[in-house]
Design a protein around this ligand. Structure first.
Ligand SMILES: Nc1ncnc2c1ncn2[C@@H]1O[C@H](COP(=O)(O)OP(=O)(O)OP(=O)(O)O)[C@@H](O)[C@H]1O
Ligand SMILES: [Mg+2]
Length: 475
């Protein structure tokens, strides 16, 4: 996760499109062509040497001169290729941010600025590309002169009859040496291009070193107890977490126990670490200290696949994948259409979906943009319902839903997730009033954790203050 958090999107795109494309498509082709041409050059030189071994001597001198040129040239061409690669990332980033912020750019009249920035970045990238291409032409010109000199030498040998070979051999030597001119310079140029393309390999290897993998998805020989988690009791013990080594501690010494089958509302100011609790539970980030026990089992002792398959989450920014609605609800085809319609009914989506001509097979476009954010969250709730997990985390699931649906949803959460441990992270305090207990977070610490009635009664409690603010803003 930290790799994707810290690497700019432009660079990621460049790596997964540009560099991988070079590695998969271009590199094998140019490498093959280089080998083919280089072997042809060797074969021609050997054949011509039969006419007279002196030609071979001239060949050796020429090859040495070419090698010197090549070694000088190599540094430059690799540098230009690398600069060209690096200059592509900001261009990609710029295109991406422009496309994402198109409406803002129009509203603020910044069209000209963005176009000129685009021109500047693409000019820079094209400059390096031009340098790269011109530098290989620079080499070609010199190599061509060299090979033409070789052709001239062979012609002299043949004309002045220094060699005793037959005329047919001599004429073959002339025709081969004419071919050599183009083959030799092409092989040198393509050879250097091959080498320049290897900078893509170099960059991918750099990323591989930088990218620290998460802990193993499967751990040999260990398995979680059958039927785990039976109750869904979650215990945080002195739990501390930070996103990366160089970032501050986000969750600081959390100690609490959420009983099985309990519905807990989590509230707190923005940035207080509510969503981070979910991140910790799914082990998207490993603990800095302390541990989390679920029904007495330390979640760090089991494999990620087993752990993550036991929970369901309705994320703060719900994402649907491109495909059909059915695929989004049940990607592995585990459930029947009736079961899916049933959960859609319970999340009040069945009328919306049944209005679509293809029903469950209706198309969901990229990131689910043909559904409203509220509908997307409802679909995520439906998916969680379908999976029937023991522990469910809902991150502001009702943030983008109208009040009426909101009440219905609260009712559904209560009814449908009966027997499950439900953690509801809410912005609107009023939506969590009917939870069993309320957890109030502040600066990554637990400040209050009790039944809502108890907290409401305490006039000095943070929850009472939040509630008063909510009521005053409503009225
Ligand atoms: N991927 C991340 N990398 C580094 N720091 C992060 C990351 N995600 C969150 N944080 C930091 O962790 C802190 C808590 O964030 P978190 O998302 O848990 O807040 P939250 O309580 O869910 O807020 P909100 O109510 O706005 O959703 C914030 O200060 C934020 O800067
Ligand atoms: Mg959040």
């Amino acid at each position: 996760m930290s790799f994707f958090d810290t690497t700019p999107t432009g660079r990621l795109l460049n790596c997964f499109t540009g560099d991988l494309d070079i590695l998969d498509q271009l590199l094998p082709v140019v490498a093959e062509e280089f080998l083919l041409l280089a072997l042809m050059v060797v074969a021609i030189l050997l054949t011509v040497a039969v006419v007279s071994p002196y030609i071979l001597l001239i060949g050796v001198i020429l090859v040495t001169v070419c090698l010197i040129y090549y070694l000088k040239f190599k540094k430059v061409t690799n540098l230009f290729k690398r600069l060209e690669n690096y200059s592509r990332s900001p261009l990609f980033s710029h295109i991406l941010t422009t496309v994402q912020g198109l409406s803002s750019i129009h509203v603020y009249g910044k069209i000209e600025d963005f176009i000129s920035e685009f021109k500047r970045l693409s000019d820079m990238q094209n400059n390096y590309l031009l340098m790269f291409l011109s530098s290989s032409r620079w080499l070609s010109l010199r190599l061509e002169i060299m090979t033409n000199l070789l052709g001239f030498a062979v012609a002299l040998f043949v004309v002045f009859g220094i060699s005793s070979a037959s005329y047919s051999y001599k004429s073959m030597a002339i025709s081969l040496i004419l071919q050599l001119a183009s083959n030799f310079q092409a092989s040198a140029r393509i050879g250097s291009e091959t080498e320049a393309y290897f900078t893509a390999v170099e960059r991918i290897r750099q990323y591989m070193k930088m990218c620290v993998p998460e802990s193993p998805l499967h751990i040999e020989g260990t398995s979680c107890p059958p039927g785990w988690p039976q109750h869904g009791e979650i215990t945080f013990q002195d739990y501390c977490m930070k996103y990366r080594d160089n970032t501050p501690i986000i969750l600081n010494g959390i100690n609490l126990t959420i009983h099985g089958h309990e519905v807990v509302g989590i509230v707190g100011r923005t940035g207080s670490g509510k969503s981070s609790l979910g991140v910790a539970l799914f082990r998207l980030v490993e603990p800095a200290a302390g541990r989390i026990l679920i029904d007495g089992v330390d979640i760090c002792s089991i494999s990620l696949v087993e752990l993550r398959s036991k929970f369901s989450v309705v994320p703060q920014d719900p994402v649907l994948l491109s495909g059909t609605i059915r695929f989004n609800l049940d990607p592995f085809d585990h459930y029947t259409d009736e079961q899916i319609w049933d959960v859609l009914e319970r999340t009040f989506l069945s009328t919306t979906i049944s209005k679509l001509p293809q029903g469950l097979q209706a198309e969901v476009v990229e990131s689910g943009r043909n559904f409203s954010v509220g509908e997307r969250q409802l679909l995520c709730i439906a998916r969680a319902l379908l999976r029937n997990s023991k522990i469910i985390l809902i991150d502001e699931a009702t943030a983008s839903i109208d009040l009426e649906t909101d009440t219905l949803i609260q009712h559904t959460i209560r009814k449908a997730f009966q027997g499950c441990t439900v953690l509801v992270i809410a912005h609107r305090v009023t939506t969590v009033l009917n939870c069993d207990r309320i957890l109030v977070m502040s600066n990554g610490k637990v400040v209050e954790f009790d039944r809502p009635e108890v907290l409401k009664q305490k006039p000095e409690s943070v929850f009472a203050a939040l509630l008063a603010t909510a009521h005053s803003s409503l009225s």
